[in-house]
Design a binder for this molecule. Sequence first.
Ligand code: GLU
Length: 424
Amino acid sequence: MGYIEPAPIKDKENPFESMMSRFNIAADALGLDEEVYNVLKSPAKQVTVSLPITMDDGSIKVFEGHRVVHSNILGPSKGGVRYDMDVTIDEVKALAAWMTWKCAVVDIPYGGAKGGIKCDPRSMSAGEIERLTRAFTAQMAEIFGPDRDIPAPDMGTGPREMAWLMDEYSKIQGMTVNAVVTGKPLVLGGSLGRTEATGRGVMVSALSAMGKVGLIPSQATCAIQGFGNVGSWAAKLLTERGVKVIAVSDLSGAYVNKNGLDIDECIEYRNMNNGTLEGYKNADHIPGDDILYLDVDVLVPAAKEDVITVQNVEKVKAKLIVEGANGPTSAKADAIINEKGIMVAPDILANAGGVTVSYFEWVQNRLGYKWTAERVNRRSDRIMKDAFDRVYKTSKEYNVPLRIAAYILAIDKVAKTYKYRGGF
Ligand code: GLU
């Protein structure tokens, strides 16, 4: 995945608290009973390991890795593994809970988990990253498993890391177990359509939401923060649907062209330029954060959490925010966004296309069969569209913003399932 991280403007609100304050509002609206509330608010399992790795220069460096299983009520837990210097246990806990709600919103039979290693993959060699990935897998071998907990890519990881993870896990088991991880390279049992799945889901959510606020795609403008896997695919697919993407950004800044950017050219430039847009010429270059304040119809934050906060939300002019990243809006900013009348397609809905196709990958692995790209896309589009419609309907029913409606749907499903199962 891409290595895109804008300088965050923090609300001094940790991501877990941010998740919890939305959870609390939804739990209240639902009248969730206290016992179930207590079960759902605390992660089922948290594991922190230290990973001593021999670096290329012969020195040994110790990394810290986490895996948090928030819930396995709906099924085996599912969620990515993030390699980033900002990884903390609180962040991983929040991201794990978001995976629980996300899987419930799109109605796939998974609980939620997340992993993370505090490291800077950009400054490490492939060999160092491979040793780190294998050490992490070996330490987590008891947690992972196709029927237990299924990792996937996230920030700073991609198919290459998933291949090492699958291989290490398979060695430990003494047999090939490709369903233990998703987001694998195609030849190892990856699914067609998985690479673009999150961006594609963002596009489907954006189009659904545009329909609700009266925006016509061929007349709408869009800015996308983050030009990694999610942001660049969302940009490409929205452009194909007629939306004018006038700005994209990455760590090197934001690139604006009022007439619409040539997204294919931007992607090609980035691919030939070490993964960054730095030096891209057919656009005006502005500071990275300013992308959030452009006068556009649709804003897609697709970089990382906590970028729209009480400190800067007043400056946001978009009519619609579609959250490609997990947690890009701090909980404290929600109220101001609602006052301003901006519609938000929330993360646990808008970026669920990735885990949806991960689910298809796992299903194909278990069937020992391969689906066509056409089948994958058709089914994931339908799941994303149905999920949007359900969330929208719930928001009308409870008279709440889409974000709270998504939490209500998710918490209700997990709580009902918990009651039937009577605990694990
Ligand atoms: N890391 C992605 C997410 O946050 C994908 C997770 C998965 O496919 O399991 O949704």
